[in-house]
Each structure stands twice: as C-alpha cells, then as structure tokens.
Design a protein around this ligand. Sequence first.
Ligand SMILES: CC(C)(COP(=O)(O)OP(=O)(O)OC[C@H]1O[C@@H](n2cnc3c(N)ncnc32)[C@H](O)[C@@H]1OP(=O)(O)O)[C@@H](O)C(=O)NCCC(=O)NCCS
Length: 165
Amino acid sequence: MDYLEITLEDSISEIFKIGQESFEQFYPIKKFLKKLENKRYWVYVAREKNEIVGFKIFYEDDDRQIYDWLDGVKPSYRRRGIASKLMRMEIDFAKQNNYSKIKIKTHKGHPEMLALCDRFGFVEVGREPHHWADSIDKEAIFLELILKKSQLLPNLAASGLSEEL
Ligand SMILES: CC(C)(COP(=O)(O)OP(=O)(O)OC[C@H]1O[C@@H](n2cnc3c(N)ncnc32)[C@H](O)[C@@H]1OP(=O)(O)O)[C@@H](O)C(=O)NCCC(=O)NCCS
C-alpha cells in the first residue's frame, strides 16, 4: 500500500466512487468543488497497485486551523488501518506546519469515524441539532485535537532525556 499526497484532478473520480459507497448522501460535484474554492487544501490517498482505496481531504479554515473535511475508505479495505495511517500523516503535517488544532465534524451515523477519532485523542467540543438543514437531519458532533509541538527542554536535552510538551 502506498500513502501519498495527490492533486484533486488526479483523484477526483476515484474519490467520488468511494464517497458514494461510503456516505448516505455524498456531495454533488458542484457543491463539492465550491467547498474547496479559494481554500488551501490537501488530498491524501492510500493506493494499492493503481487503485485509490482510501482518501482524506483537509483544508485550512478561517481560524488558521486544520479542518478534516472528508475521509473514506473503500468498504472492502476497511479495518486494516488505512484511515489511521492517513490520520497520522495529517497530524504530522499539521504539527510540522505549526497548526495548533485539527477540527472534525461528524454525526452518530458514522460510528467508525467517532471510534477512530476517539482513538487519536479527539475530544468533543459541541453539538448542534439540525446542523445540515439543507441535506440530512442529523445532530452534528464537533471534535477537536489539540496539537502539541515536540520540543526538548534545554536541561533535559543535555542529559539525553526528552519530554513531550
Ligand atoms: C471511518 C473510516 C474512514 C475508517 O476507515 P478504516 O481504514 O476502516 O479505519 P482503521 O482501520 O484505521 O480503524 C482505526 C480504528 O478506528 C476504529 N474503528 C474503525 N472502524 C470501526 C468499526 N466498524 N467499529 C468499531 N471501531 C471501528 C477502531 O478503533 C479501529 O482500530 P482497530 O481496527 O485496531 O480496532 C471508514 O469506516 C469509512 O470510510 N466510513 C464511511 C465514511 C465515513 O464515516 N467517513 C467519515 C465521516 S465524518
């Protein structure tokens, strides 16, 4: 399995296929593209042979934080750690680029995502009923992962010990 950053142009048709298999109602193409308009965004994928089997799209939001927008893994490839690897890559990217937080919005209809987020230490920071009034009538669950930078304390560095700050 390869894990890589890719352009949207090179992945959009396969992302749409997985999205349609993975979400009750996936975005219509126009709405999907509108969401990314004028944003700095990144597309990470898992690829086996020449086929994309999992993806993650995240972008920088107005507060200069990372917003994890869309995640999906082809059903026959689930529960093999693919989404976890993509999440780890996103967290590493966010830390390396000095973002302080990753935010995710989901709902109870995605228990796998809630379990995955819990595993990575995301915490719930709020809920909003009828959040997606224009599409699904579900209560949104807002999650956040606060990022800490790894640093060596000067005195500990000298002694060869380190501490995660
Ligand atoms: C959510 C999703 C991306 C997870 O992908 P995945 O590659 O199967 O996830 P991983 O294999 O990395 O799972 C990591 C952990 O998440 C949790 N998890 C994932 N799927 C789970 C399930 N069906 N039941 C319970 N826990 C689950 C487990 O803790 C799992 O670790 P484990 O397998 O060692 O127990 C995938 O299920 C999916 O595409 N779902 C439909 C779309 C979706 O919900 N997207 C997110 C919307 S916000």
